[in-house]
Design a protein around this ligand. Structure first.
Ligand code: FER
Length: 284
């Protein structure tokens, strides 16, 4: 798709803004960590109507506030206010443990590898039992039954997280938006260092989880000058060799912004362009 710049008017404060609330939860991984996610509710949020939910995962070193800058919240508000984006709930959690923790690349890689479990067992239930989504219940069956209305995306290490969710949480998510980051199943930068095995694991993960190529869509985006571009591109090229699972132009697209770099400003631009169709695209 064309990745247009965000129009200046869309960056201005919206007269009808949504609001951000905090949802606390305790992890069930045996550590009993007290954590929270920030949750964006669109203007006019109404308990009588169920909303699609987008789990948006920050980059390495970040936290729950990284995506919810005034800039990005204004983009969400204005897209919704103009009718370009159907009102949705956006959830910003963190894969880091609470307190002063190591946020270096090695520790971040370990944290994101564990995070699909926390999303499914702890975060989705906490958020979707509190706000009105398509989940009639937040047990595994209820989460699975509402997967058509749940997406996940993220930037850099958040993109790595998104690929892990594809491998382990297709029962919770139908829509995937990995932005500027590869899959680290086979280690750091595995998308390029182990492209073939990574692509095979992603392809195999679909049937292994009981799903078919019709049951998901991936919209991957990065920039040609993004430090993660060589890694994500090598992985995507390898994924093209599994056409029985990955149908480019159908259940998967990969877009590159000419001169796009590894920062939130370009990521906001990708989201501005990609979010409006994200929950509505239907593939052949
Ligand atoms: C990549 C995926 C993630 C990448 C970098 C990262 C260089 C994250 C880096 C960081 O958080 O420091 O493909 O390519």
């Amino acid at each position: 798709m064309n990745l247009y710049p965000i129009p200046a008017a869309c960056l201005e404060r919206c007269p009808r803004p949504g609001r951000v609330e905090r949802v606390d939860y305790v992890t069930t991984d045996g550590l009993d960590d007290r954590k929270h996610a920030l949750v964006y509710l669109p203007h006019g949020y109404d308990e009588s109507c169920p909303y699609d939910v987008f789990y948006l995962i920050h980059g390495g070193g970040g936290d729950q506030t990284s995506f919810f800058s005034d800039t990005f919240l204004a983009v969400l508000d204005n897209l919704i206010d103009r009718g370009q984006l159907a009102p949705l709930i956006v959830v910003s959690p963190t894969y880091y443990r609470p307190g002063p923790v190591d946020k270096g690349i090695g520790a971040s890689g370990e944290a994101v590898a564990l995070f699909a479990r926390e999303l499914k067992a702890d975060i989705i239930p906490a958020v979707e039992s509190r706000f009105r989504t398509h989940a009639a219940s937040t047990d595994a069956a209820g989460i699975r039954a509402s997967r058509d209305h749940r997406g996940i995306g993220g930037f850099s290490m958040g993109s790595v997280t998104t690929w892990y969710a594809f491998l382990e949480a297709l029962d919770a998510f139908r829509w995937f938006m990995p932005l500027s980051g590869d899959c680290w199943l086979f280690g750091r930068l595995g998308g390029s260092l182990h492209a073939e095995e990574t692509a095979r694991a992603l392809a195999d993960a679909v049937a292994k989880q009981g799903f078919a190529p019709e049951d998901f869509r991936v919209h991957a985006i990065t920039g040609t000058k993004d430090i993660a571009c060589p890694n994500e591109s090598a992985q995507i090229d390898a994924m093209r060799r599994f056409p029985e699972v990955f149908r480019f132009g159908g259940n998967i697209d990969y877009d590159l912004l000419e001169d796009g770099v590894h920062d939130y400003a370009d990521i906001f631009r990708y989201l501005y362009n990609a979010l409006p169709a994200f929950f509505h695209s239907r593939q052949a």
